[in-house]
Design a protein around this ligand. Structure first.
Ligand SMILES: NC(=O)c1ccc[n+]([C@@H]2O[C@H](COP(=O)([O-])OP(=O)(O)OC[C@H]3O[C@@H](n4cnc5c(N)ncnc54)[C@H](OP(=O)(O)O)[C@@H]3O)[C@@H](O)[C@H]2O)c1
Length: 331
């Protein structure tokens, strides 16, 4: 395959550990070795990208670096028997955009084990409207339901509801017939969350109860938590007998002030959600659900589409806590 120039967002480390970013020309030969070269058509913005773009060493160790944990497009060259030139593919998770050049670029090159065939009926654009946030929301709902929680069992709680994962979780749960209570705090997004299908919206203050007793009144049949900390602890203490709580994020805190009573006296399950290393059979099943029935949520209504040269500004807004819904990047 001949080398060629392409555009990418590049983050550079300057003196005094300051980080600058801008669009630069790269060569395909600059990309890491890999089995599949993908011409990226769409990417999307996730919080991890904002961390990578601002020098968070827990996400990215070495700069210059191109972030972007999500990418979808078409195979341009393949050394793998599983994929051929022209195949539509999704690449998210694993090391993409962390220490491997990511999806904020016209090309990525990755191992075949990271590549998901674009499900039938789904376009690259649709897949990136969901992206890692949508995949994580769907995985959370799937694991909650696999634990036995069904529509009709009672109210389910979604925290961080106006964020990327939260918005999609609210929408999928409402589509499936769950009665959803959304936790929202940054600014009042009640109208937005009700349009997504939330039955009621409560404040962060109402959702957390620091220093409360080990068990609280049974309120939730299940919970999709994206924020951690006191809100997650309070949700677990307020979950009904044999309910299921999923935990995927730490937007509020990585701490979990709790004791064992909700688990041993009420049989509550706490399920960890790790989209990054989700096994491939479950990964393809979740993408298939998003391409089929679960994808029928009104996702266009909370997606903002930006070009590659708008990513830097969108990252600043995300770091300033002004991000809402999903940001789709047209490459
Ligand atoms: N485990 C995984 O595989 C995985 C995958 C994707 C994302 N994540 C994690 O999941 C979390 C959510 O991701 P996202 O893409 O939805 O992020 P996001 O778009 O930035 O949304 C996070 C939401 O959390 C709420 N929030 C922010 N700060 C808070 C605070 N101090 N206290 C309480 N709530 C707060 C806000 O919602 P309201 O204003 O509506 O309250 C915000 O919109 C992040 O921690 C992310 O790293 C994990």
């Amino acid at each position: 395959m001949t080398d060629r120039p392409f555009k990418a967002l590049v983050v550079n480390e300057e003196e005094n550990r300051t980080f600058t970013r801008g669009i630069a020309w790269k060569q395909v030969s600059d990309l890491p070795e890999g089995d599949v070269l993908v011409s990226v058509h769409y990417s999307s913005l996730n919080y991890k990208d904002a961390l990578s773009a601002s020098g968070n060493r827990g996400v990215t160790r070495k700069y210059p670096h191109t972030p972007g944990i999500d990418a979808a497009g078409v195979v341009e060259w393949s050394g793998s028997e599983k994929f051929g030139k022209g195949d539509g593919v999704i690449v998210t998770s694993y090391d993409l955009g962390m220490n491997t050049a990511g999806g904020f670029a016209e090309y990525i090159r990755v191992p075949e084990s990271w590549v998901v065939p674009l499900p039938q009926g789904m376009t690259a654009r649709q897949s990136m409207m969901f992206g890692t946030a949508g995949f994580t929301a769907a995985l959370s709902v799937y694991r909650m339901m696999a634990g036995g929680v069904k529509p009709g069992d009672g109210d389910v709680l979604v925290s961080g509801a106006s964020g990327g994962v939260g918005s999609i979780a609210v929408s999928i749960l409402a589509l499936l017939g769950f009665s959803v209570t959304a936790v929202n705090g940054r600014k009042d997004e009640t109208d937005y969350l009700k349009r997504l299908g939330a039955n009621s919206v409560i404040s962060r203050e109402e959702a957390e109860n620091p220093g409360s007793p080990p068990l609280l009144r049974e309120r939730w049949a299940g919970c999709v938590d994206t924020v951690g900390g006191d809100i997650l602890a309070t949700a677990i203490k307020s979950t009904r007998r044999n309910g299921v709580v999923t935990c995927c994020g730490n937007a509020a805190s990585f701490q979990l002030p709790l004791n064992v009573y909700p688990f041993i006296l009420r049989g509550v399950s706490l399920v960890g959600i790790d989209s990054q290393e989700c096994p491939m059979p479950l990964r393809t099943e979740i993408w298939k659900s998003l391409a089929e029935s679960w994808g029928r949520i009104p996702i266009e209504s909370f997606v903002t589409e930006i070009p590659l040269d708008g990513v830097s500004e969108a990252i600043d807004r995300m770091l300033a806590g002004q991000h809402k819904g999903r940001t789709l990047v047209k490459i």
